[in-house]
Design a protein around this ligand. Structure first.
Ligand code: SF4
Length: 438
């Protein structure tokens, strides 16, 4: 059963409204679906009435700048039903489209099969590219760190070096991905979760994520995912560029993705100790470079850089100590319930006596920002073989201030538009989080 509506509240059985004649896009869509698709898809393909209905409705929406909300069972061929009218519309009006899915599986199926089929059926001339989430691309900085610190076996090391040197592939599509990639390796070598980390990166010109994003900005059709839609809004459309048509497939997951995206968290490993922590091992290398530059400046410069580096190290340690004390304290006050989420609100007894640790962590984060600013100013200018140390420390400073604000917001637990909770793992409390209450 296919259900379609023009708005979320208007689900109706599809059909051409009485008295409205078929528009040109609708006619062309029907013609392509009936005449072009079957020979391309071979004997196993049969055009279904629901698939044709859906394609017609989408064509009509595109012609009239409308919105269609469609619920359909698996197996009717939804992807081609929206790709065909979208590609026809994009080519006619020289406009761009974004298709957002929830699962990587569907994203890949669209990229490998359906987009190619729809493109051939509609006469070509429309370029489509896949843009995955950050976790799907290799980070050159993270791979270099992994090789340095973990010293993996020769085969894996060779694979990682090849991945790092290939800016035109995502991690999973790179030959050998199925053999080597597991969750832990992916977390260790993929792009850092926070966008800000990439801003000052000296490896941008050879980075797979940056390359994929540039291609997406130039493409007619971008196959992305739900999270990308929110990330794009958060950076003012810089990821996807302007687009006229949006298709959200697997849209029943969109609310959960939105909740995750807008959730604010501060965890046991936010400052140090995790792959996406504020302090990561590559900052040690940046520190070496800045201190060497400071030493070559001699006298006061060298002493100033050394003092800022010392302040930074001390603040990271103090912030982590305060965080550990805080999470140990609330672990002893969690109610004995079998849930991975324990709600709290302003004045919660969970935080009894924990104010000093929250303040200490916040102070440490602000000290990190100040010291990072001083190191950034002392850093040498980037150039051949010299990374952008100043950019790296500026990003660290901005992140530290953002983290301090998030911690204060979470500890207050007072915003009525958010639901506050402690996320609990097998070893105790993992983070304070606040999700928009929608
Ligand atoms: S731009 Fe970001 S993802 Fe790319 S190499 Fe640099 S830090 Fe890694």
């Amino acid at each position: 059963m296919l259900r379609i509506g023009h708005t979320m509240d208007d689900f109706t059985r599809i059909g051409c409204p009485a008295g409205r004649s078929m528009s040109t896009l609708v006619e062309e869509t029907v013609r392509v679906m009936r005449e072009q698709l079957p020979p391309l898809l071979g004997d196993g393909y049969e055009l279904r009435a629901d698939q044709l209905d859906m394609a017609e409705m989408i064509a009509r929406s595109l012609e009239h700048d409308g919105v269609s909300v469609i619920e359909a069972p698996t197996g009717i061929g939804k992807s081609l039903a929206y790709l065909v009218p979208c590609l026809l519309h994009c080519r006619r009006h020289n406009v761009r489209a974004v298709v957002a899915t929830y699962t990587r599986t569907l994203q890949r199926q669209l990229a490998r099969r359906d987009l190619e089929t729809a493109s051939r059926a509609t006469g070509g001339g429309v370029e489509g590219v896949v843009l995955m989430g950050r976790g799907s691309y290799a980070c050159r900085i993270a791979i270099a760190r992994y090789l340095r610190q973990r010293r993996p076996a020769r085969n894996l090391a060779g694979w990682l070096r090849n991945v790092a040197d290939e800016p035109n592939s995502d991690l999973d599509s790179f030959a050998g991905g199925a053999l080597y990639l597991d969750d832990s390796l992916r977390a260790a070598v993929s792009c850092p979760a926070r966008e800000a980390v990439c801003r000052g990166c000296a490896e941008r010109e050879r980075c797979a994520l940056v390359t994929a994003r540039r291609r997406a900005l130039a493409a007619d059709v971008v196959l992305g995912n739900h999270a990308l839609l929110f990330a794009d809004r958060a950076v003012g459309g810089a990821l996807l560029g302007h687009y006229d048509v949006l298709v959200v497939d697997e849209a029943h997951h969109l609310e959960d993705v939105a909740t995750d995206f807008f959730t604010v968290s501060f965890g046991r490993r936010t400052i140090r100790g995790g792959p996406h922590s504020l302090w990561t091992a590559d900052l040690d290398g940046a520190g070496d470079g800045v201190r060497a530059a400071g030493m070559s400046g001699g006298g006061d410069t060298g002493a100033g850089v050394a003092a800022a580096w010392h302040a930074l190290q001390s603040a990271v340690a103090a912030g982590q100590d305060a965080t550990d004390r805080f999470f140990r304290a609330i672990a002893g006050r969690l109610p004995d319930v079998a849930s991975d989420r324990v709600p709290y609100a302003v004045g919660s007894p969970l935080f009894y006596d924990a104010g000093a640790d929250v303040n200490a962590a916040g102070d440490a984060l602000r000290t990190i920002a100040t010291a990072a600013g001083a190191l950034g100013e002392a850093a040498p200018a980037p150039g051949e073989g010299v990374p952008d140390y100043a950019g790296t420390f500026q990003v660290l400073g901005a992140q530290a201030l953002e983290t301090a604000s998030a911690l204060e917001f979470l500890a207050a637990g007072a915003d009525e538009d958010y639901v506050f909770f402690v996320r609990v793992g097998p070893d105790g409390p993992v983070s304070l989080s606040a999700a928009p209450s929608m």
